[in-house]
Design a protein around this ligand. Structure first.
Ligand code: MLT
Length: 396
């Protein structure tokens, strides 16, 4: 008899964003004319920048001619793509070899797939509140979980606890959902912890392009000692609006080994077996993000989202609602007003103001009483959301 992966039985019934989408669809079926202000899932609303579109069109043309046509691509990434990412890291003083960079179809896919490299009896430490896929992917893999609470007392960026033994440590900075960033000192403490314990840090850098403070590290590889204990997973979804286009990259240094096994070689073995890579067309579009013009254009789009965050923060200030994030990240993490629970506040905003956000409890039990707004909505919807918030809570 076939035995299914029984760990699926340990998962919550449905995934957070799927659950929210169902609630929103139910609301819309009862109120078909409602205009919803969607500040829930972090999905971008601006189109791809012209430099990327030009490269995509050029690549389609390449595929139309015998002389420039590409069949299978290298599973780990086209040389031109790996060189483009290498140049981007070099511009921030991080030296990588091109074959330490692997193309991917985005961070969420990769954060789950990478668990193939770890033994089923691994223990994963997840700092909560956290992107829920970390927890779910580890449950599916049968890993033990340590839920490590992060709270306002440590700025949502806790330090390691030497008495805790983990094999895999997730760090997301800038953080989803709290918008907090780990400074160099805190990252160094985690790097030292991982090297001492033989653990591996999975560093989720999906939001690095939103960092505006000078001294905040964009990459774990800016920290001394990280090449022997970290894998970095990044995505162009939020940096360059690729949520529906799909492309990202993963960095695995060649020094990273455990039990005599080199993780870079293992990932080459994994990718060459389990994928045929990412399409030539997409990799050309993605490489264009790292050109001078591409960087200028993606930064213009990010500036629009940052303006949205400023509009929301101003409204929250006027309402006296405490919040975190919004500065180096596209998320604002706020205390639910009137002591509401996070799902209660979700229902309240949906019904009273047609605003969709994300309940903090969906990111872990310690997120109860908090709520997340995304700044990826349209500027017009964001302004309207801010106005409705002030109308609802401005006099309290
Ligand atoms: C989020 O809203 O947390 C993210 O957009 C989800 C994702 O990147 O998959």
């Amino acid at each position: 008899m076939i035995v299914p992966n029984l760990h699926y039985g340990e998962l919550k019934d449905s995934y957070l964003f799927y659950n929210i989408a169902q609630k929103v669809n139910n609301y819309l079926s009862e109120h078909p004319d409602a205009h919803l202000l969607r500040l829930g899932i972090g999905d971008v609303t601006l189109p791809l920048c012209p430099e990327v579109i030009k490269a995509l069109h050029g690549a389609v043309e390449d595929q139309s001619r015998k002389e420039t046509f590409h069949g299978y691509m290298s599973e780990c990434g086209a040389e031109f793509f790996r060189e483009a990412v290498k140049g981007y890291y070099a511009s921030r003083g991080v030296a990588l070899e091109a074959d330490e960079i692997f193309v991917s179809s985005g961070a969420s896919d990769e954060l789950g797939d990478i668990l193939d490299l770890f033994s089923p009896d691994s223990t994963a430490l997840v700092m909560e509140p956290a992107y829920p896929a970390y927890v779910d992917a580890n449950i599916m893999a049968g890993h033990k979980l340590i839920r490590f609470p992060a709270g306002k007392e440590n700025g949502f960026t806790p330090l390691p606890d030497e008495s805790v033994d983990a094999d895999i440590v997730y760090i997301c900075s800038p953080n989803n959902p709290t918008g907090a960033v780990f400074d160099r000192t805190k990252l160094k403490a985690w790097v030292d912890y991982a090297n001492k314990k033989g653990a591996i840090i999975l560093f989720d850098a999906a939001y690095e392009a939103f960092i505006e403070e000078e001294n905040v590290p964009h990459s774990i590889f800016e920290i001394e000692g990280s090449r022997t204990c970290a894998i970095e997973i990044c995505s162009l979804s939020k940096t360059a609006g690729f949520t529906g286009t799909r492309c990202g990259y993963t960095v695995i240094p060649k020094e990273l080994s455990r039990g005599g096994m080199c993780f870079n070689s293992m990932w080459v073995r994994n990718r060459t077996t389990k994928t045929n890579g990412i399409s030539y067309i997409l990799q050309r579009g993605a490489a264009a993000v790292f050109t001078e013009e591409g960087q200028k254009q993606v930064k213009e789009n990010i500036a629009v989202y940052k303006k949205n965050a400023a509009v929301l923060m101003e409204a929250l200030d006027r309402c006296g609602i405490p919040y975190y994030g919004g500065k180096n990240a596209p998320y604002i993490w706020l205390r639910c007003p009137r002591n509401m629970g996070s799902w209660e506040f979700f229902e309240f905003l949906l019904k009273e103001a047609q605003i969709v956000g994300t309940p903090g409890e969906g990111f872990g039990a310690c997120g109860e009483g908090y709520f997340r707004f995304s700044s990826f909505g349209s500027p017009a919807d964001t302004v309207l959301t801010a106005k409705k918030l002030v109308d609802l809570f401005g006099n309290e």
